[in-house]
Write a protein that binds this ligand. Sequence first.
Ligand code: PMV
Length: 330
Amino acid sequence: MAFEIEVQAPSNIAFLKYWGKSDPLTQWPAGNSLSMTLKHAKTVTKASLSDTDKIFFEGIISSDRKIFQALDLLREQTGLKSRITIDTRNTFPKSCGIASSASGMAALSIASLACWTGSRSFEELEKKGFSKTKISHLARLCSGSAGRSLFGGYVEWLKGDTSEQQIIAPKFSADHWPLSNLILIVSNKEKEISSTQAHAAAWSSPLFRPRLAVLQERQSAMLDAIKEKNLEKLGPLLETEALEMHSIIMTASPSVSYLSEETLELVSWIRCERQKGSFKAWFTIDAGPNIHLISEPKDLPNLQASLSKAFPNLTMFQDEVGTGPQIRAL
Ligand code: PMV
């Protein structure tokens, strides 16, 4: 029977945001980033060799240019040449607006390399010269944040002094601190400006260079908070970080706003309720309008009940820290 592989790769939510690039060609970020790998928001990708590249999304043939370009890039970087059939789906609904590029490009990179090298596990891939670290750097070339999805727990991406010195590595395991991430789905509209364009515009914001100057300090404070499992210390850093990234996006040229009225309403409500002592949860937001609420699992029932009462029509997706990608031979 023909060799077929299935990969499950998780999405991740950035605590310290990757925003802006020092060099778009080598995907060299302007600053370090730090994320929590998710458990339930995943891309499941099957791959098998074929005569031409074929992509299926949820069983339907797809002409998504980004995927074809990523396959070409992976072949160019590795010297592997075979064509491939990819069949991919997300465990979260497409319409829910959760960014799928991190999990999607991580799954695509792992699945195609496993298929091209006939590997059934990460151990076999490593023996053929493709360690998780190596794959994470290939995945980040397809989409920056995808590099961090190769590992479980809390993952750092360090920019290094040159593009070649970048490091992507897990810093704390998932069982060190099992945090929850309740995703509040605000909108599923297509972005008016893609995150690639917005990344490029970051340098035009007057707030971007001051951000780079404080990033290291914020990163150390976040790492200390995670080490100490101190949410009251981590939470305010998460909110500053998300609001700073969105301030940069809004003050760049072109100026874009990924936040909707509903996002801002939820942000005010969360802060007000937290101040009243209703729950201990802090938000972060990626390049879109959805809110990711970070809390301890014990606070989750109370948090969900308060949100459902105040916003009866709100769609939520419950996630938590996860252990990273998996490979299965079919
Ligand atoms: O991976 P990209 O190029 O789509 O950039 C994503 C950047 C953020 O999600 C907003 C932040 C991050 O670090 O993941």
